[in-house]
Design a binder for this molecule. Sequence first.
Ligand code: B3K
Ligand code: ZN
Length: 882
Amino acid sequence: MAKLDATTPQPIQLKDYTPPSFLIDKVDLTFDLEEDHTRVTSRLVLHRNPAHPDARAALQLDGRELELESVKLDGELLDSNRYELDAESLSIAAMPDNAILEIVTVIHPETNTSLNGLYRSGANFYSQCEAEGFRKITYYLDRPDVMARFSTTIVADKQKWPVLLSNGNKVGEGTLDRNRHWVKWVDPFKKPAYLFALVAGKLSLLADRYTTTSGREVALEIWVEPADLDKCAHAMSSVKKSMQWDEQRYGLEYDLDTYMIVAVGDFNMGAMENKGLNIFNTKYVLARADTATDVDFDGIEAVIAHEYFHNWTGNRVTCRDWFQLSLKEGLTVFRDQEFSADMGSAEVCRIDAVRTLRTHQFAEDAGPMAHPIRPESYIEINNFYTVTVYEKGAEVVRMYQTLLGRDGFRKGMDLYFKRHDGQAVTCDDFRAAMADANDYDLGQFARWYSQAGTPVLRVRGQYDAAAQTYTLEVSQSCPATPGQAEKQPFHIPLTLGLVGPDGADLPLQLAGEAEAVAGSRVLSVKEASQTFHFINVAVEPVPSLLRNFSAPVKLDFPYSRPQLVHLLAHDSDAFCRWEAGQTLMLQDLQGLIDAARSGGELALKDDFVAAMRRVLADESLDPALVALMLTLPAETYLADQQDEIDPDAIRAGREAMKLGLARALRSEFKAAYTRMLDSGTYQYEATAVARRSLKNIALAYLSELDESGLMELAERQFAEANNMTDAQAALACLVNWPEGDAALASFASKWADEALVMDKWFTLQASSRRLGVVAKIKALMQHPAFALTNPNKVRSLIGTFVHNNLAGFHAIDGSGYEFAADTLLAVDKLNPQVAARLAGSFNRWKKLEPVRRAHMRAALERVAAHAGLSRDVYEIVSKNLL
Ligand code: B3K
Ligand code: ZN
C-alpha cells in the first residue's frame, strides 16, 4: 500500500458542501490556437455571493496544469504577491464585492493525452469539461452551481482549422493577418463550466432542419471527419425523433437556433451534452449497414436521445454539486430508455436494461466500490460515472413513475421545471417536486438515494382453498456495504399478478377492498415485513412477481420448476416470462458449474430442454424475445452468484449448457435459422432487427456443434453478409474454431481503414474462448490498428479481456492480473480515467478461489505501491485493499 502522506488524495464529502464565495455573471473567452500551445484569455465578471457564510472570503479559482501569464483585477495588473498560486488553484484574498478579472493562461492541448480539458485528436481540437476539465483550460470556479453567460472567440490558422465551433449562436467571424481567422460564439443561456465546448479543425457537415411544435426553426448540424460523411444519416434521423418525442412526452422543446453534434474518435466515454454543441464518440454517431451492427444502430439512437434530453435534464436544470450527478444522469437514462421503448419493442428494451443492471450494477453494489446513487464521498469524481449512478439511478426514477403513474410522473416533471429552470439543484428538489405535484409522501423513498446495496425481497405465498384467499408475506433486507452496516427499509413498488392454471391473470382484490382489479397492480412495500391478503381467489395461482422489474431488487421466491415452466409459457408480463426462463436456466447452470467443479456429469435437465424447445418453436412470439430467452447470462454474472469463484468451472458449466442445448435442439435451431433468413437489403427496423437476432443466436448455438456442415453455414454467412450484424455474428462463431483465422485475416484487410470496425475485430478476439489469452492479447497490442492512447481501442481489446473474458483473464498462473496491472499503469500515465476503468477488473478479487485471490492481491498491491499513481486509479485500488 502507498504510504499515507500529505500527497495522499483526500476524499471530498457531501456534508461539507458550502455555496461558492463568488458567483460569475459573465465570461468572455478568447482562444488563440497554435500548433505548439494555446493561449486562453478569460474575462470574468464576478460578484460576491450573499449565500456564502463569510462576507470577506477569498476568491479561490480552480486550475490545473496551467501556465499563468497574467492576472488583472479591475484593469490593474496584479503582482505575484497579490495572489497565491498552487498546483490546484489561484487565490486572491483582497477582493472587492464586484470585480472584473482578466486572466491569461497558456495550455498544451497538443500533449494532452488525458482527453480531459482541451486536447488534440489528429490535427483537430476538441474539449471535454465534465466533470472538472474546464480548470485545465483556465482558472475558474469550476463547480456546477456557478452558472454564467459565456462568449467564446476562437482564433486559428484558416487552412489548418477552417471550422471553429463553440456553444450557442455564431455572432461574428472575420479574417486576420498571418492567414488566421476568428469566429465568435455567444451562448444566451447561463451554464456551468462543465458544459463549455470548443471544436476546431477540418470537418465536414451533414445539415438538416427541424421545426418545433411552437414553430422554432432549428438548424441541425453533424460535423465529422470528411471520410465519415456517408455514415451520419442514422444519427440525424435519431436527432429528429428525439426532438419530436421530448415535445410529445414532456412538452419540452429545443431552445437554441442551432443544435450541433461533433464526432471524434478519441473520446473517454460515449458522448457529452455541452450546450448546443454535443461532442460524441464516433461509436455513437457513425453507422452504415456494412460497418455497424443492429446493436450499434440501437446504441446511436439511444445515446443521441440521451444527450439531446440532457438539454433540459442536466443543462436547463443542472446539479448543485457532483454528489447530485444522478439527478441528471439517472433521470436522463430513464428518459432515453422510455424513448427507446417507444421507438422499438418496449419489452425487449426493458429486458435489455434489466440484464445490464444485473450484470454490472448488482456486481458494483456487491463489491468494494458500492455506493448509493447519491454518493456521500469521493476521491475522484470521474470514478462515479457508474452503472449505479446511471442505471440504478434510472431505476429509481422509474419507481416514481411506477408509484405515481405516468400522468403523475409528468405532473412532477412539469413542477420540477417550473420551480428550477435555470438553477443548480439537488436530488431532494426532484423528489420534492414529485411529492408536491402528486400530494404523495415520498419521505421513505429518500433512502434509495442514501443507501447502497441491492435489497433482497423475500416473498412467500400461501393459498387457502377453503377460504379462497391467497396470502403473500413480503419481507425485505439489504446487505451491508462499505461504510453502511445497517440499512433501513426501502419504499419498494412491487408490481404483481396472480396467474391461474389456464395461464390467464386472475382478478386482484385485497382484503377490505370492494372491487377487484384486472391484470397487474402495484403494492407499496414499506415495512421490513408485511402481509398482503388477496380474497376471492377461486383457484390456486402462481404469483407473477416484480412485473416489468418494478424495483431494482433481488427476488427470493421458492418457485417450483413446474411453476416456472407455467410462467414461461403464459405470463402476460414479458419480463416475468423471460425471467421464469432465466431462473430455470440459472438453476441448471449452477448445477452444471457445481458438476464441473466436482468432476460430475454435465447433463441438461429434460424439463428445461423441453421448455426451451417450446420457446424456440413458438412462432407467435416476437423473435427478439425468443432470442433473449435463449441468451445465457454472462460468465461474470454467473461468477457473482458463487460464494467462491472458480472461473474454469463457470466456463465449463456455461459451455456445457451451450453445447447441450445445441445438441438437443439442433433441428429447431436449424429451422429457426432458415425461417429467419432475409435476402433483402439491410433495413434497420424493429421486425428485421428481431429476425436477425434470432437467426444469429441460432447460428451461435449451431456453431457449437463441431460439424462441418454447420461451420460452413457460419462461413457462408460471413462471406455473403450484406450487413455488419450478420458478418460480425458469423465471425463471432468462427473465432472459437481454427476456421476463424482466415476469416479474421480477411476481415482485418477489408476494414483496415475503419477504426470502429477494427474495434470489433479486437473485441471478438479478446472475448474468444480460443484466442482470449494473455499472450494473444499482448500480440494484438502490437497490431498497427491498436493504440494505447485511444480509449476505444483500449476498451475493445484490453477492457473486453479483463472485464468480460472470465476464464481468460483469470488464468490460474496469475498472468492475466500481471498483464492488467502492467497495462493499467502504462495507461495511467496517459489517461487516468481510462486506467481507472481497467482497475475495476480487480473488484471481485476477494471472492476468487484462494490461488487466484493471492495472485490478484499481489498485483493490486504492486499497483498501489507504484509512485505517481493518478487519483483515479488510487481510489479504486485503495478501496479494493481496504
Ligand atoms: N455527462 C457525460 C459524461 C461525462 C463523464 C465525465 N467523466 C455524458 C452523459 O452522461 O451523457
Ligand atoms: Zn448523461
